[in-house]
Design a protein around this ligand. Structure first.
Ligand code: OGA
Ligand code: MN
Length: 210
């Protein structure tokens, strides 16, 4: 991993800023180098095998609950300093945070992110990422970790864009989707094989927390 060129001059960053400003979302099919994608996929599987992932919940605070009829993935939140690969990912996503702030004046303060593992048949019903009672999530990101994903595997991210347009994203390893958290309803369709990703949210500072 050492010496891999992932820096703030990553060629996709300005394109993502531009796409978000124009359309509210962006898809980059070649975002992460294959070597780093493979290491992150292996780390996700290892965490899963070791029992580190937990059933994901929906809602917040007192209404937070696990509902497999809504979402069936298993997740684990990232902390800085857990592995070199995760830190490279977090570093790259922080470069994107800075690019978004410089280009769009979004005032994004931090980035929260978790591994997500959808076993075959698992899905996440249509939803919007911003919580009703917490508007700190501004921009959502999903980085896919699945080598050799084919359309017949299913597992698309279906995005509901303006004017009734639907856009399906194949969860192909190394590709990234970014979108405005409050604007774009989306769902994860069931897949025929394990579906791995790193999902994250850029957040604004909360009211009254500072
Ligand atoms: C989510 C989500 C999309 C995906 O975790 O909120 O919508 O493609 N994930 O994994
Ligand atoms: Mn979502």
């Amino acid at each position: 991993m050492r010496g891999m060129q992932i820096t703030s001059d990553h060629p996709s960053l300005l394109k993502i800023v531009d796409d978000l400003a124009t359309h509210g979302w962006s898809q980059q099919t070649i975002f992460l180098p294959e070597a780093l994608t493979l290491v992150l996929a292996a780390e996700c599987r290892k965490r899963s095998d070791e029992g580190g992932l937990s059933p994901a919940s929906v809602g917040r605070g007192s209404s937070q609950q696990v509902r497999e009829a809504v979402r069936g993935d298993r997740i684990q939140w990232l902390e800085p300093g857990e592995s070199e690969a995760c830190d490279q990912y977090l570093g790259l996503m922080d470069s994107l945070r800075q690019a978004l702030n410089q280009g769009l004046f979004l005032g994004l303060e931090d980035f929260e992110s978790h591994f997500a593992f959808y076993p075959p048949g698992a899905f996440y019903r249509k939803h919007v990422d911003r919580f009703r009672d917490d508007d700190r999530r501004i921009v959502s990101s999903v980085l896919y970790l699945n080598p050799a994903w084919h359309p017949e595997h299913g597992g698309e991210l279906r995005m509901y864009l303006k004017d009734g347009v639907e856009h399906d994203v194949q969860p192909v390893g190394g590709s990234l989707v970014v979108f405005l958290s409050s604007d774009i309803p989306h769902e994860v369709l069931p897949a025929h094989r394990d579906r791995l990703s790193l999902t994250g949210w850029y957040r604004r500072r909360g009211e009254g927390v500072f």
